[in-house]
Design a protein around this ligand. Structure first.
Ligand code: UT7
Length: 313
């Protein structure tokens, strides 16, 4: 996580809002913003280094880097290439995944498929974002949510340890719900797009909220069914940290008690594709997640896109 802490009170000096409004509507108290000279790939690199050192794997052993991000350093080279360069090696496949807040679960599904098929021996999957660079700080309805950070996992084949039981991804086109309108070929950068803030995140919060609750609940129920387990057998759910009320009401619908939800958005806000690996890391590091447990990761975001990974840890 970047060092700089930005509280709700800090945001209330930029837009017309308050700690009380933000906390009561979202569950967020504070978030981290990267320095001006700290980029998505820097946070991705730090997360990859930590994950590789914990897995006792040398960077040169990695043959696939997948970075899920909605705020890449550049259109190209991709952020994964920056990470490989930062690790001081070359030759691995490097790709970015652009499915916003569900990017990490997409990356995990693809990484696992590569490793399981033998196409990759060791694959690093990273979720990383510098959303503060693409947040519209004139829009109080969205700027209170987004934040920066990164998390990473190392995947390798193993017969005696954990496994991904099942994954499922999906999407629907909804430009109005959540988008960065300008900067691509449809609306190339111009003075006008810059003046209009069209390179920043535009979101219809209420509509996104309702779809997110429905999708999170459907995914939890479907994952249990496909994994042949009951919601009781889930030890932990690690959802994209969108909004506390979205997560809790969706899990109520799916019969998953609040105590089983890993949530840290109070401290970190919504870090899009980074939120799941950051929360996952906390729950593994503090001993909540243990070997043999069923852990469900669920993402939802721009596209609209969604997906889950059910893991036997
Ligand atoms: O990462 C995945 C994608 N994103 C999400 O999951 C976001 C999902 N949506 C949400 O979390 C919520 O919709 C928000 C937290 C973004 C907004 O909460 P809401 O209850 O849906 O608010 P709203 O947009 O319906 O606005 C209600 C009122 C409006 O005032 P009026 O028209 O009723 O007078 C807004 O102008 O609240 C006002 N408002 C604010 N007031 C103070 C909107 N933002 C703020 C604010 N501070 N930051």
């Amino acid at each position: 996580m970047p060092q700089r802490v930005v509280t709700n009170d800090d945001l209330s000096k930029i837009v017309d809002t308050s700690d009380e409004w933000i906390y009561s509507r979202t569950g967020i108290r504070e978030r981290r913003f990267a320095r001006d000279d700290e980029y998505t790939s820097d946070m991705a690199l730090a997360a990859a280094r930590l994950a590789l050192s914990r897995a006792e794997i040398k960077p040169s052993e990695v043959d696939y880097f997948i970075v899920a991000t909605a705020s890449p350093d550049n259109t190209f080279p991709n952020t994964a290439c920056w990470v490989q360069k930062g690790l001081g090696c070359e030759g691995a496949a490097c790709i970015d995944i652009s499915t916003a807040c569900s990017g990490f679960v997409y990356g995990l599904q693809q990484g696992a498929a590569l490793v399981n098929s033998g196409e990759s021996q060791i694959c690093v999957v990273i979720g990383a974002e510098k959303l503060s660079a693409i947040t519209n700080f004139k829009d109080r309805g969205s700027c209170i949510l987004f934040a920066d950070g990164a998390g990473a996992v190392v995947l390798r084949r193993s017969l005696d340890k954990g496994r991904i039981v099942c994954s499922r991804m999906g999407s629907a086109f909804d430009f109005d719900a959540l988008a960065v309108p300008a900067g691509g070929c449809r609306m190339p950068a111009s003075y006008q797009t810059v003046d209009e803030g069209a390179h920043k995140i535009a979101m219809k919060g209420r509509a996104t909220y309702q779809t997110a609750v429905r999708k999170f609940a459907e995914m939890a129920m479907e994952a249990c069914k496909r994994g042949n387990i009951t919601p009781d057998q889930l030890s932990w759910v690690v959802p994209h940290q969108a909004n506390e009320h979205i997560i809790v009401s969706a899990m109520e619908r799916a019969n998953v008690p609040k105590e089983k939800i890993v949530m840290n958005l109070e401290r970190y806000g919504n870090t899009s594709s980074a939120s799941i690996p950051i929360a996952l890391d906390e729950a593994v590091s503090d001993g909540r997640i243990q070997r043999g447990q069923y852990v469900l990761l669920m993402g939802f975001g721009g596209g609209l896109s969604w997906g889950y990974n059910l893991i036997k840890w």
